[in-house]
Design a protein around this ligand. Sequence first.
Ligand code: CAA
Length: 380
Amino acid sequence: MQFELTDEQKMIQQTARDFADGVIKPRAKDLDQTGAFPSDIVKKLAELGFMGIMVPPEYGGSGLDTISYVLAMEEISSACASTGVIMSVNNSLVCDPLARFGSEEQKREFLTPLAKGEKLGCFALSEPNAGSDAARQQTTAAQDGDSFVINGTKNFITNGREADIAIVFAMTDKAKGHKGISTFIIPRDTKGFSVSRLEHKLGIRASSTAQFVLEDVRVDRRNMLANIGDGFKIAMSTLDGGRIGIASQALGIAKAAMEESVEFAKQREAFGQIIHNFEAIQWMVADMATRLDAARLLTLRAAYLKDRKARFSKEAAMAKLFAAEAAMWITTKAIQIHGGYGYTTDYPVERHFRDAKITEIYEGTSEIQRLVIATNIFKE
Ligand code: CAA
């Protein structure tokens, strides 16, 4: 077992940390308050090669490993969790399935601009009545000669407002259940494809969450990803990788909350002492640090397995489950350490607390992660 990062991984981590601290962090409070999409920051992330980290260079990516992705995601998310999820969705949920299942033509046309960050992607699986139960797709894709005509509604789509390209799941054969789901690559400017609603959210407020309506959206057969009926397996295997991205986002949020708590505890005085002298504070910080390290090790293990092309569904679910719950716990204690100040917008811990909650919900709730872990244990 190897616990040392390579020189390249350390360099990626440092580059991400410098960019996060120098450019993103000073803007994070304002982005949260205004809900403005950080388009200039996303452009700079693209220049750093962070919008297609694991994509091979011949398709515009950085050709790095999943461990580098985790390291970069943690740093970016520690400054701004909204920016973290914008980056994560493009990398894990859009570039990854295109790189794994795309034809040469699809990779040239869609993956390359997405990996370069010239275009932004989104992943449209969830529907008003198909969230955790992803197989219950009601969006339909009816074949008509060499094209498919798609109708339906998609919910909770991260990057939905800004995305140029959507990976859309739809039923090509309802009678076949999950084996009747197929995947389509759809440019957002396709006729009949519109944003019908934008969510107002508790956290990750600078990333958009949209509802799509698809009304007689005609898509050429050559825009289908892999084969007819492959959609559910594409979605599930893509989410395995996505869960490593969200675990890393949770790590970033938790790291920021812990670091701010340590700094606060070093300067705040009460009862004639600096509060870090009190055991009540020390124990909270000790538990924060332990949970954060455990979450990080689980996340790096899942990334390591993915890089080795081993099975990693269970380990990705464990990483996301543990990191998300650790982030929620750590951000709650961070507010506690800050006392009344932590409850105000004068300190960033209230933002971290609000941002942490979504990591227990999207890309599979904590309950779904437990289901994936248990299912994998019983079939081993
Ligand atoms: N990789 C490949 N195939 C997989 C797989 C995986 N990880 N997991 C399951 N499959 C396959 C199974 O092998 C099975 O194949 P066969 O039919 O050939 O045997 C098939 O898929 C069906 O498997 P299940 O019976 O286990 O499927 P299920 O209907 O019981 O669902 C589930 C399982 C785990 C609950 C799944 O539906 C799930 O993960 N739900 C959560 C969905 C989710 O994470 N949604 C988030 C959407 S994205 C988002 O959050 C928005 C955003 O923009 C960030």
